[in-house]
Design a protein around this ligand. Structure first.
Ligand code: C5P
Length: 230
């Protein structure tokens, strides 16, 4: 896979027009985009269909969490829109039904492990009597056992997941910050190079590209930084 193909640009923008402008400015450099709740609320399914219709790959990051029937139906719906990756947050049954709904569609279901904004104190506050690493590993194991393609996890846990769960696991990591850039709300961030060294397959990168004065140049710099690993 080429370095540029490993980058999924998070289009966390509040208007479809801004998102299109971003996609146009990244033409030829980035072709995989994450649509999260902000842009989905602004642009809806039309935004997603337009992206896939233009040949871009789409990671629909709506973190589905509902009863298994509802989640399975939503996964089938997303598959008809040409979505490539999609996130589900849930127990084994939810993950299993989501994975089953995606079979034969080309859509890969990713389980959410632990958000990169959460640290040990946050996990304790949520009521989990274990470490962040244990929770990430347990949820990733469930995802694989349930037939999902992989998980979204912090780059800090990527090597643990790779070591324990092997090469089959599709590992997508947000919380990426090129060296020297602002961490924002990320508490468990890493550089693009560190994340790939740790075993990530895809890097979700938003603000370091979308908030850069020159997004196209920022994307190029990141691609160059990771070229050695692709
Ligand atoms: O911070 P950045 O814009 O690179 O974030 C890209 C994606 O990473 C966001 O769309 C969000 O889903 C995820 N994120 C995260 N933890 C944070 C902030 C963002 O996992 N603290």
């Amino acid at each position: 896979m080429k370095a540029s193909e490993r980058i999924i640009c998070a289009l966390d923008l509040d208007e479809p027009a801004k998102a299109w402008q971003m996609v146009e400015s990244l033409a030829g450099r980035i072709s995989f985009y994450k649509v999260g709740m902000l842009l989905y609320l602004a642009g809806g399914g039309e935004m997603v269909r337009r992206l896939t219709g233009q040949g871009h790959r789409v990671f629909l990051d709506l973190k589905f969490y509902d009863v298994p029937d509802t989640v399975a139906a939503a996964v089938r719906q997303a598959a008809t829109m040409g979505v490539n990756f999609l996130t589900v947050h849930g127990n084994k049954e939810i993950l299993q039904r989501a994975g089953e709904a995606a079979v034969g569609t080309g859509l890969k279901v990713l389980g959410v492990t632990v958000l990169t904004s959460l640290d040990q104190a946050d996990i304790r506050e949520l009521g989990f009597p274990c470490s962040v690493e244990e929770l990430v590993l347990r949820r990733a194991q469930w995802a694989l056992e349930a037939g999902c393609a992989g998980v979204v996890a912090s780059p800090r846990e990527a090597s643990l997941l790779r070591q324990r769960l092997g090469p089959e696991l599709l590992l997508v990591t947000p919380g990426i910050r090129p060296a020297g850039s602002d961490l924002g709300t990320h508490k468990r961030a890493a550089t693009p190079r560190q994340a790939l060294q740790a075993g990530a397959d895809y890097l979700v990168i938003g603000q370091p590209i979308t908030r850069a004065a020159d997004p196209r140049a920022a994307a190029k710099k990141i691609i160059q930084e990771i070229e050695a690993f692709s």
